[in-house]
Design a binder for this molecule. Sequence first.
Ligand code: ZN
Length: 185
Amino acid sequence: MKRKFYGFMFYNEKLPLVFLILIIFSFRSVYSSDLQHKHSDFILCRLCGHNIAPATHVINIQSPAAEKIYNRSLFGLDNVEVQRIRNPLGIEFNIVLSTGGTCVGRRERWKSHNSWFPGYLWKPCFCSNCSQHIGWIFEPIQSAHEERAYASTKGFYALILDNIISEDYSDSLLATPKISSRDEL
Ligand SMILES: [Zn+2]
């Protein structure tokens, strides 16, 4: 009877630790999922073409708030996870994540409510050239200082897919030959 009792106690004490380890491992496996980098494309602001981030900085971290997650080939990468997500006002966004870039946050307090990524505070970020809203910075609580304008190495960006464009795709549009009636003469 006594051994059974100790066995029960052991189980109860270690259970939270086991869950924590499972959560960490599942997070790491998602964080380092297989993004295959074909070549170095860039992510640009769709409005002005300013460089937002190298495609090599794209990462996959799944948000528990995502309504849908689907894989797409984007920015020269296979298996980019696009997450459909909704803000408290009911506005829907399709987002991709990046570890670094030029999307700049304003000097304002970081917000904790309705964070799509638990454990991270957030604030919106904007194109540093044309001020278009590009997405949000997510930063761990410890490094979310008010004056921080860019994500630290422990933070990341959620970029709104509708507001960014691939540099390669943009170049392909510019390279399209235009034949006017004058050329045909
Ligand atoms: Zn811009």
